[in-house]
Structure formats: structure tokens, C-alpha cells
Design a protein around this ligand. Structure first.
Ligand SMILES: [Zn+2]
Length: 504
């Protein structure tokens, strides 16, 4: 009886402790993985082979070579054609059918990474980087993986307005995102505290609007030059990350109003809001946005739209005149008019718009993607037939404390690792048709209270949980996740990201 009990408890232990020292630790969890016996040792003659002369695949081979060399100090050779003993990169959409998916087969003689597209191969490389191990030599554990993303929009939003981050740091964030197979960098570059994009058309945005803080000048003042932005865009592009710049309007615009006060309502109220009755506001925004579109060449631009101070426009004679002339019901509808004017202009340049959910019951401009940050907003958008990114703040705002803390404001709820992990961007309460409108999620780091060096503690380990919410299948096992969090810790530490202590 004692032996049977021992076996029983052993089985429970094995079942509940699925990750042992030699097993794979991959985050986000692949759709399917089978661990096989053996190891593929990376010998001195190991080559990376692109099974085609496609320049982009050879470029990916170069990326893998560079990453391997950064991590290990060893140089691998690259060739194209056939291989019998090395790492083979293959592009084959008829064998890997899922968009951005990849298959990875590792046996003792060869690693074969097959992608549905280039992005799929790139994601397979991220998995290879994460499972690279050392034990009497560098090796990849033998396994078979089939993997593809749950959502097409897997984002991280970084607030560069409240506190400013260096170019090198932003690149490190982009590398971290790539490792977690996140593909949208939502860059919050403009808010009350600062305008962070070099403007050649409106120099006061930089002379004044980028230098508003006299007390914490080092961390809170500055802007990215156009050259630096181009450099970051190229860096992100090479990592299959789409950059969406955010230009706040009509509120959250104190940095603009300090630079060009003539754009405020003549009442001088609502100090951070454009006067929607003044044609100069529209002219300024169209010119400023044109410069940003020329610089970023984005597929999508975020136009903010949230938290306009209420009651300001109703006191302004010019705004009131606009409400009457355009036959609008109230100042909320004036905001819809304002946003539509700017969004139509952006659409006319072939660029889509993205905005925080605000007053969506009265409609959004054509094809605008709605970002819901209050609970339920994205579901509402989906029910109305708008494509939506569910960034429900109670699961995705990483400026919230991950455990009860006295040094955070009372209004911030605790968002611990387990709660982040439990997030399902597409709840079962939506019907099958409505679910199609939820295209993904974003986690956000607002930086009112977060200095650049503290960004890592706000992100880690919660961003690991978030990556599984947007990449992996919705079936979850928190204990198994925690074991993998532990296993990948050295990997992220080596990229310069520490986990928050006491948070998990
Ligand atoms: Zn006004």
C-alpha cells in the first residue's frame, strides 16, 4: 500500500511539475510542442543555411548569426542551398499554413525551421534563441514545435512623454518585444508633459514643448531627432515590429498649447485642449500630422481622443459657433466632428487611424480601430462592428502596482502576475461574429511615475504573462507558466531586464 501511495504521489508530482531542468522553457507557450530525446550540439562546422537565394531569408540568417554571436561570442557561417548538418531556414507557406506561423524540428543532426512567411521564420529564430542551452557545449534540445499567433495585433505601448527614454533603451525594448513575439510598438510620443518628435515645421514644439520641466530636466525633457526616429523605425522593421506613433488630440495637448497658445479657446480654459472652433487648430494638426506621416510612413497612426476636459468647449464662443454652424447636438459631437476632420485627412494620405474608445455610441471615423481601455469598451466596439484592440486597464496597465504598495496612488488597482495571466482579450460573452472584431491587445506602460531605469521592474515579469494572452491558445496552466517564468529569467536578465522583486 505504501508503494502504491508513493507511486501515486510521484505521478502527481510529475503531472504538476511539468518542467524539469532539461525541458524547454518557452514564453509565449507554443501551440504545440513535443520534446524528443537528444541534443543538437552546435559544433564548430555548424552552418546556417537559407534554402533559397531569397535575399530576405539570407538576411534572417544574418540576424540569427549576429544574435548567436552576441550571446555566445561564436561566429557561425551562412550559406544558401542544401545542408546535412546545420540550421536550415525554409520558407514554405504550403507546409506551414497559419499566418506568421513556423514549424521547428530539431534532431541530433539538424535544425529545420520552416516559416509560413519571413515573419514566421523570425519567430522561430526567437524560439531558438530562448532554448539555446549549455552543457558540455552549446546545444538546442531536440524537439518538434508547431507555433502560430492567436491575434494579429500584439502590442506594447510605451509612454515617452511623461518620462523620456534614450534611443538605446528603446532599441532594447524592441528586442525584448521581438523575443516575446510582440509585433506592435505603440509609441506614446505626445502628451501634456512633452512633445517628443523633432518638428521642422513647428520649431517651438521642441524649443518649448519638449522642455517643460525645470525640476526634473534630465528625465523629463527632450525629444527624438528625425534621424533618431528613422534609426528606431529601421531597427523595429528588421524585427517585424510595426511602429504606431500616437499624437494626442484634442485633449492631453498641454505641450502644444504651451508652444502655440493661440490654439487654446479664447476663454483660456481647458489648458491642454485645442479650440475646436478655431480653424487654426485644424490647420496646425493637419500640418503637424503630415510631417509625422512623412517621417514615420506608418500604416496606422494613433490619434488619442481620450479624456477631453468636459464643459470647456461649451463656454467658448468659437466652439459654440462651430456647434451651431455644423448642426451638432453638443460638445461631445463637436469632438466627433473634430476627430473626423483629422482622421479623414489622415485617411486621404492612405493611412488608417487608431484611437482610444471615446463616445463610440455616436460612431467613429471610417475604419478606425478602437482601443478600449475601460473594462467592456472593446466588447461594446466589437458588438457595434468596429475592429478593436482590447487594452482593458485592469489587466494591461503595468504602471499599476503588482502587489499592494504605499508608494502608488490609491486609485491604482493591484495588478499581479496571476491576474495579468488570466486576461482573455476575447471573452466568451461575445458571439462568434463579434469575436472577429477583437484583433488583439496591448499592454501599456504609462510613465508619470516611472523613470527609464524602472521600466524593467514594471514590465517584468508581467509582460511575459501578457505575451501568452496574445500569442498562445487560451487554455492556461498558471503553475506551468510560473516554472517557465523562472526558466527564462536569465535570458531576459542577459538582455538587461531584471524582474521586479517580491512581485511573483
Ligand atoms: Zn474654443
Amino acid at each position: 500500500m505504501k508503494n502504491i501511495l508513493c507511486i501515486f504521489f510521484y505521478l502527481i508530482l510529475v503531472y504538476c511539475n511539468p518542467l524539469t531542468a532539461n525541458e524547454l522553457g518557452i514564453i509565449p507557450k507554443p501551440v504545440n510542442q513535443t520534446e524528443l530525446p537528444g541534443k543538437f550540439f552546435i559544433k564548430n562546422n555548424c552552418e546556417i543555411t537559407a534554402k533559397s537565394s531569397n535575399k530576405q531569408i539570407i538576411k534572417l540568417a544574418g540576424y540569427l548569426k549576429d544574435e548567436f554571436s552576441k550571446k555566445t561570442g561564436r561566429e557561425l557561417k551562412i550559406k544558401s542551398g542544401k545542408t546535412s548538418n546545420g540550421i536550415l531556414l525554409v520558407l514554405n507557406p504550403s507546409s506551414v499554413k497559419e499566418t506568421d506561423g513556423y514549424d521547428l524540428v530539431i534532431n541530433e543532426n539538424q535544425v529545420t525551421l520552416t516559416g509560413n512567411n519571413l515573419q514566421g521564420i523570425f519567430y522561430g529564430i526567437q524560439t531558438l534563441k530562448m532554448i539555446l542551452s549549455k552543457d558540455n557545449g552549446l546545444y538546442f534540445p531536440c524537439c518538434k514545435i508547431k507555433d502560430f499567433p492567436r491575434y494579429p495585433h500584439r502590442g506594447f505601448m510605451l509612454d515617452a512623454s511623461r518620462h523620456f527614454q534614450s534611443v538605446d533603451f528603446v532599441k532594447r525594448v524592441i528586442d525584448m518585444m521581438a523575443s516575446l513575439k510582440l509585433n506592435v510598438f505603440h509609441w506614446h510620443l505626445i502628451d501634456d508633459e512633452g512633445w517628443r518628435i523633432e518638428s521642422k515645421k513647428y520649431p517651438k514644439l521642441n524649443e518649448t514643448g519638449s522642455y517643460l520641466d525645470s525640476l526634473n530636466a534630465k528625465e523629463r525633457n527632450g525629444y527624438y531627432t528625425q534621424k533618431e526616429i528613422k534609426d528606431i523605425l529601421q531597427y523595429a522593421k528588421e524585427r517585424y515590429i510595426k511602429v504606431i506613433p500616437e499624437i494626442e488630440m484634442p485633449g492631453h495637448s498641454n505641450a502644444v498649447m504651451k508652444s502655440y497658445p493661440e490654439l487654446l479657446c479664447p476663454t483660456n480654459e481647458g489648458g491642454n485642449t485645442y479650440c475646436a472652433g478655431n480653424e487654426k487648430s485644424y490647420e496646425f494638426l493637419k500640418n503637424a500630422v503630415s510631417e509625422i506621416l512623412d517621417l514615420f510612413k506608418p500604416e496606422i497612426i494613433h490619434v488619442g481622443g481620450d479624456e477631453r476636459p468636459k464643459g470647456v468647449w461649451e463656454k467658448c464662443s468659437e466652439c459654440k459657433e462651430m456647434i451651431i454652424n455644423k448642426k451638432l447636438a453638443n460638445e461631445d459631437m463637436l469632438q466627433n466632428y473634430f476627430m473626423r476632420e483629422i482622421c479623414n485627412f489622415i485617411n486621404s494620405k492612405g493611412v488608417k487611424t487608431f484611437a482610444w474608445a471615446e463616445n463610440i455610441k455616436d460612431g467613429v471615423p471610417n475604419n478606425q480601430i478602437v482601443e478600449g481601455w475601460h473594462p467592456g469598451e472593446s466588447w461594446d466596439a466589437a458588438r457595434r462592428g468596429y475592429y478593436t484592440v482590447n487594452a482593458d486597464n485592469i489587466y494591461t496597465y503595468f504602471d499599476y502596482p503588482s502587489y499592494p504598495r504605499n508608494d502608488k496612488p490609491d486609485w491604482m488597482p493591484v495588478l499581479n502576475l496571476e491576474k495579468t495571466y488570466s486576461f482573455n482579450p476575447t471573452p466568451d460573452s461575445l458571439n462568434e461574429n463579434e469575436k472577429k472584431y477583437v484583433i488583439g491587445s496591448e499592454c501599456a506602460l504609462w510613465t508619470e511615475l516611472v523613470l527609464m531605469n524602472d521600466v524593467q521592474y514594471n514590465l517584468f515579469p508581467r509582460i511575459l504573462a501578457f505575451s501568452e494572452c496574445v500569442w498562445s491558445s487560451p487554455e492556461k496552466n498558471y503553475e506551468y507558466f510560473l516554472k517557465r517564468v523562472k526558466k527564462v529569467k536569465p535570458y531576459f536578465n542577459s538582455m538587461g531586464f531584471e524582474y521586479e522583486k517580491g512581485a511573483w
